[in-house]
Design a binder for this molecule. Sequence first.
Ligand code: KE4
Length: 432
Amino acid sequence: MKTRSSLAQSARLMERALPLMPGGVSSPVRAFRAVGAEPVFIDSARGSHLYDVDGNEYVDYIGSWGPMIAGHAHPNVVAAITHATAKGTSYGAPVAAEADLAEAILRRMPSLQMVRFVSSGTEATMSAIRLARAVTGRDVIVKFDGCYHGHSDSLLVAAGSGVLTLGQPDSPGVPAVLAALTVSVPYNDLDSVRAVFNSRPDEVACVIVEPVAGNMGVVAPAPGFLEGLREATREHGALLIFDEVMTGFRVAHGGAQELYGVQPDLTTLGKVIGGGLPVGAYGGPSEHMSLISPSGPVYQAGTLSGNPLAMAAGLATLELVSAPEAYEKLERASARIEEGLLAAAAEAGVRVTTGRVGSMLTLFFSDRPVRNYEDARACDTQKFARFHASMLEQGIYLPPSQFEGWFVSLAHTEEDVERTLQAARAALHSLT
Ligand code: KE4
């Protein structure tokens, strides 16, 4: 069993970073707090592999939390960014590349007639709910426990991802008067959504949902859930927002809205459409999007929105996942990993379940299926932490939280999969 050589340089770099940046990191979940391990500093990456500053090599299942669907440092993406960089890095002016990426997105998602680029998923969802409030003239938003839509005030309520990982589903600093306008209900529970509409008729501006939840671990929508949201929002004059920051062009060529055949009013995007550079986007019908400044009164802006390098990286990445075979390859590798994990757990006598849609999956340390936040919270996070530590020691780099998804890329090989399953067998046996 291959184990890591040293972590001395990572430790030294964390010692240096800690007094400079909160937790020594630029995003909380990277601090590995939930798994009680020391984070490794990454020096480089290529394909499906990461290389840390001590020279240890890992098979990577974080993929920068989703963007690296074509693998790290893909030659096409590197060439696109390099070509763009040689002409300058940012102009604060329109560039043709914005329309290039916009056309690529609209071709894949017919529910979008227009799109606005921003620099993160947080900006995308924050802007989409502002637009929904403007379109409807209403203030209340409905979200789902355990879903995470970035860290804007209105959406940091019963949130998933890092806030759930760190056991802080709500955050200090969010004014109570604002949080009161956000109603969070259980995922996959249509009755609770209908109850909100019945109790606060004409107040709900939008329902925002991860069409496949990825921030309490991967949880698929129950049959009829998304269709029910579409029907309830239409019936009550609220907008349906699909937050496809994670699922967009990840779970299917046209995202979750293609996979499940449900068209939202607004869609938010990120991750894959930036190919590893900072890009977010929100879009929908022209009648709504034309309300966005400067064509309309709803203000939203960004110094680096539509950055030419980020547009080039996003377009090159989308082109790499444009053939149907790409999703077939992702499906085969991801299904192989899922069935291998389940077999290894059964062999070791460890009770687990899995959540998977396409190339995003989670191994839950739970003896029951995970269908919502309450189920996810019942997972054995200590056992997950021990599993994570063993996998990391064996050179398999997993998200450092039970409440995150693993991401498979086009670069993951048969050998990567077999190495992962071999490590998982050892890790699971070490738990018994
Ligand atoms: P960003 O602001 O982090 O670009 O996107 C926020 C966001 C919005 N919507 C969904 C469905 C998301 O998953 C995210 C961000 N995802 C997390 C990982 N689960 C980002 C990782 C991090 O916070 O460091």
